[in-house]
Ligand binder design. Structure first.
Ligand code: CO
Length: 136
């Protein structure tokens, strides 16, 4: 099997209850290069990407009660939700992970911000960390 060659942590996803408050709290100390806001209504989440050099903090705030981020916060509170690893080819990473028997949560890449492809692997497969493959 050909292994996947990761080229960095693209971002760390952090679940928050109040997006603007979280942006203000992080920005009180850090002068981010850019702050980009997005909403993914299908996932029930508002997103802010805080650029920190080569990687980003991805603040995730629920917009509906039955979305995955709302559920995460109910069960665990605010905090680190996932880590995104940059891979050259997300569909290829999905197939390779499946071939290893990992619990891939996406059969096909989902759309991330800025045209990125993304896919998640269940925390059970990576020692308690929800891992995201990301190609940007
Ligand atoms: Co992410």
């Amino acid at each position: 099997m050909v292994k996947i060659n990761p080229t960095g942590i693209t971002h760390v996803g952090i679940a928050v209850t109040d997006l603007e408050k979280a942006i203000d709290d992080y920005s009180a100390l850090f002068d981010f290069e850019a702050i980009e806001r997005n909403e993914v209504s299908s996932e029930g989440v508002k997103v802010a990407m805080l650029k920190t050099g080569a990687s980003e903090l991805e603040l995730l705030c629920p917009t509906k009660e039955d979305g995955p981020i709302a559920k995460f916060i109910r069960e665990k509170g605010e905090g680190i939700h996932h880590i995104a690893i940059r891979v050259p080819d997300v569909p290829n990473a999905i197939e390779a992970a499946k071939a290893l028997g990992l619990r891939v949560l996406d059969d096909k890449p989902r759309k991330g911000a800025r045209g990125a492809k993304a896919a998640f692997v269940h925390p059970k497969s990576f020692h308690g960390v929800l891992l995201e493959f990301y190609d940007r």
